[in-house]
Design a protein around this ligand. Structure first.
Ligand code: DGY
Length: 321
């Protein structure tokens, strides 16, 4: 029996992929760093039964409508805003993502970003490494406290709950806003549900964990930043397009808010001459929320298992609803 053809849009480690070769005929794009060109993606999707895709691959109506072979797209991420879900439904193509396996790791990074920004860790480390540490002084690199402050989490999904748990460990007051209330988490973690406006105006740390949708596009805009406390720090570990980057730049530069910690950007990679990169109060990371070795390996295995399950006629393990 011929094995189903599966295309992976980045070079993944052989030790993960090889264990699936017995059942799947797998081909990969030959770079781990560079995205597959759109033309090649389109060409491959016309002959593959399964695609493993990255969050940087646009899986749009053109791709989904021009294939007679494709049955499943496994996105190597929990977010799936790069995929036209309506179109996939229309063409009866299953879409899967990688929830759960990355929850703790992404929550760790979100909290690390908060701590790094609040305590000015990058500025401090840079000073030492550049040989610029000349004196101890009473206010040298004095940042903001984290303990006993109020963290406001916008988007209380799986990752939000674990960030809340981390925050409780630091004696923080946790408030949140979400489309639906999370009674169980409220009881178990001592969270308080508030309106979006209340959260924005009372949190010391405003943390975005909302997915990118039409409603959340530029949710964090000039008006919202202007209602935050002067000492507020904005953290974004979800998707870049939920914030208006230039409005954030203006808010930090003018002192309307104290700083920001960003793992995501409107366009990724962010261009080296972007004004946000000039601000010492803004910590910028290259979208590494789920990037621990353990978690990335689990995400790759889960994606390939999802493909295998669907192509063997079983239900997917983690389908996007
Ligand atoms: C995801 O899985 O959506 C994350 O953004 C990847 O780090």
């Amino acid at each position: 029996m011929t094995k189903p053809y599966v295309y992976i849009t980045r070079k993944l480690p052989d030790d993960v992929v090889d264990s699936f070769r017995e059942k799947l005929n797998i081909n990969m794009w030959d770079s781990a760093e560079e995205s597959v060109p759109y033309k090649k993606l389109l060409e491959e999707s016309k002959k593959a039964e399964g695609l493993v895709t990255m969050l940087s691959d646009p899986i749009d109506e053109t791709i989904l409508s021009q294939t007679d072979t494709l049955k499943v797209v496994a996105n190597l991420a929990v977010g799936f805003d790069n995929i036209d879900i309506e179109s996939a439904k229309k063409h009866r193509i299953t879409v899967t993502n990688t929830p759960d396996v990355l929850t703790d790791t992404t929550a760790d990074l979100t909290f690390a970003l908060l701590m790094t920004t609040a305590r000015r860790i990058l500025e401090a480390a840079d000073m030492v490494k550049k040989g610029e540490w000349e004196h101890w002084s009473p206010l040298l690199l004095a940042g903001s406290d984290i303990h006993h402050k109020t963290i406001g989490i916008v988007g209380m999904g799986r990752i939000g709950e674990v960030v809340a748990k981390r925050a409780r460990g630091f004696d923080m007051n946790v408030i949140y806003h979400n489309r639906t209330r999370k009674q169980k988490a409220e009881e178990e973690l001592g969270l308080n549900y508030v309106s979006f406006d209340q959260l924005i105006s009372s949190a010391d740390f405003v943390v975005s964990l909302v997915p990118l949708t039409d409603e959340t596009h530029h949710l964090f805009n000039a008006n919202v930043f202007s209602h935050m406390k002067d000492e507020a720090i904005f953290i974004n570990a979800s998707r870049g397009k939920v914030m208006d980057e230039m409005a954030l730049y203006e808010a930090v530069k003018s002192g309307e808010i104290r700083g920001a910690g960003l793992d995501v950007f409107e366009d990724e990679p962010i261009s080296a001459d972007h004004p946000l990169l000039t601000l010492k109060e803004v910590t910028c990371l290259p979208h590494i929320g789920s990037a621990s070795l353990e978690t990335r390996y689990q995400m790759m295995e889960l994606s390939l298992n999802n493909i295998l399950q669907v192509l063997e006629g079983n239900g997917p393990m983690t389908a996007v609803d």
